[in-house]
Design a protein around this ligand. Structure first.
Ligand code: BG6
Length: 503
């Protein structure tokens, strides 16, 4: 079937301007197999992301996307299922019937048994060994090993083959090591793409641009000038619908071990020599390895209560005795030359006051105030807003206008990307779009290497054990709040305070 329209036309239909469309570099035809192709993640995120990249003109003719799952259906039925998913999850682009029809034509479906023999020869016969073959494991972690093994056995692990592995990547250090061993028996490390979707977010990558493309910050980026750093990932959603998984994971495994750890690495790492996969990942790994063990007093755990509108955590997970945390706050210390003495505070939770993720770098006060004690205490704060309302604030101290002497006031230099950069800033690919295309292009910079994942578990495992073995209490908190009071105390006792969580 002919393509619905050319690169520029398709991109324009999606709402991109010409300048942006001209920057889209199409990739050679590839085959992408989505295991778990009928599941929630595939329907909500993976296939809509592919659809948007197709609309943007990034896929050349001949590219194929193959859903693979246990249920019996033919390709026509699969296209109908995905058509519905696009209408629900793919945004405005899915209103274009021609675009949807064109995209559905590149889809196929194979019924496959991940732990048996059904469907594997059919799948192999469908794929073209001369081109990039990407296999996305959008399935439960217990199937990662069997899938890798069967791909290998049926001759689909060689050449330009690669696998994409979703979290959770293990449940602790030893299970992550075991999983790495299994995967590397069948695939080489350069073929394994461990996804942390936070690394695909535009502003998370912007962290590197802000740090390493500006001269302004680097000389101050150390414990001599930085008092502390706060990393907050606050959500308003609860865990309803994912209770079975979440009640075993909790915020420590679900968010801290991966997403917050990645943010911490990007904010704290040394400048890599180049923006290439191993140079970046080597530096991130050094940060993880330099983390001190977390002390008992430096962890606060919480669990959200219910209110008139929503059930509480225990009801959401269907476990009236659950002691799993839906909120975690930690005080973390990196023992290296750059950061010794500068604590980093991490905080994440569900059903909080707002959906707001940000990193605040709080600088020290000036060594001496020439304006005297009455001018008050002031400090610069660089805030990187990751989502929503992406942008950067730099709190500066200036003279309050008007008479009354030298009164000082802190005001933000505010750069909201959407205002500073115009519509382009609002029309960037989402994390999954970027990461999947990186898989196809063979760029591992934004994916976690085996040693990085294992080191992250090695650091967090003792902290999780502290929570479990020493029965570190899980404190109730009100939905719509900032978490348990003790999380505030975690900073107050150091003479600091959290920034307000606001939309
Ligand atoms: C996922 C976690 O990895 O990230 C979820 O499993 C969490 O619990 C989600 O809600 C947050 O992602 P985002 O992109 O909405 O910030």
């Amino acid at each position: 079937m002919p393509r619905w329209c050319g690169k520029l036309g398709a991109a324009k239909a999606k709402g991109c301007d010409e300048q942006m469309a001209s920057r889209i570099i199409p990739v050679d035809p590839f085959d992408l197999v989505v295991f778990g192709g009928t599941g929630d993640l595939a329907r909500r995120k993976i296939i809509p992301a592919l659809f948007r990249r197709w609309c943007a003109g990034q896929m050349r003719d001949g590219t194929r996307i193959i859903g693979a799952a246990r249920s019996e259906r033919d390709s026509e039925e699969y296209r109908a299922l995905i058509g519905d998913a696009l209408a629900e999850f793919a945004g405005p682009a899915a209103r274009d019937a021609d675009a949807v029809t064109g995209f559905l034509a590149i889809l196929d479906y194979v019924t496959i048994d991940a732990t048996g023999t059904l469907g594997w020869s059919e799948l192999r016969d469908l794929l073209n060994p001369q081109r990039v073959r990407a296999f996305y494991f959008s399935v439960g972690p217990e199937l990662f090993g069997p899938l890798a093994e069967r791909l290998h056995k049926h001759g689909m692990a060689d050449g330009e083959s690669r696998i994409v592995v979703e979290k959770p990547f293990g449940n602790d250090q030893s299970s992550a090591e075991a999983l790495n061993r299994t995967l590397t028996t069948h695939f080489q490390e350069h073929q394994i793409y461990r996804i942390d979707h936070y690394l695909g977010k535009e502003t998370v990558q912007n962290l590197m641009a802000i740090r390493f493309a500006n001269m302004l910050f680097e000389p101050l980026w150390n414990s001599q000038y930085v008092d502390h750093i706060q990393i907050t990932v606050a959500e308003t959603v609860g865990v309803a619908g994912r209770g079975a998984y979440y009640d075993h994971a909790g915020a420590m495994r679900d968010m801290v071990q991966n997403h917050l750890m990645q943010l911490l690495c990007l904010i704290a790492m040394e400048p890599p020599a180049k923006f290439d996969p191993d140079a970046v990942r080597d530096e991130k790994l050094k940060v993880i390895r330099a983390l001190d063990p977390v002390a008992r007093d430096d962890i606060v755990r919480g669990q959200y209560l219910g209110d008139s509108a929503n059930a509480g955590y225990r009801e959401d997970v269907g476990n009236p005795d659950s002691t799993t945390e839906s909120f975690a706050a930690l005080r973390v210390q990196i023992s290296n030359w750059r950061w010794a003495g500068t604590p980093i505070y991490l905080r994440t939770g569900k059903r909080l006051r707002a959906r707001a993720s940000e990193i605040a770098v709080v600088f020290k006060e000036t060594p001496h105030s020439i304006f005297g004690a009455e001018a008050g205490r002031h400090r610069n704060i660089l805030t990187i807003r990751l989502q929503p309302n992406e942008g950067i604030d730099l709190d500066m101290t200036i003279k309050e206008p008007g008479p009354g002497g030298m009164r000082l006031v802190d005001v933000p230099l505010d750069m909201t990307f959407a205002q500073a950069l115009g519509p382009e800033a609002q029309d960037v690919p989402d994390a999954y779009e970027r990461l999947i295309m990186d898989v196809v292009r063979g760029n591992q910079t934004l994916f976690m290497r085996c040693d990085e994942v294992e080191a992250a578990w090695a650091w967090i495992d003792p902290a999780i054990r502290l929570c479990e073995d020493e029965a570190l209490p899980v404190l109730p908190y009100d939905p719509g709040s900032s978490g348990p009071e003790d999380a505030l105390a975690l900073m107050h006792r150091d003479g600091r305070r959290w920034r307000e969580i606001k939309p």
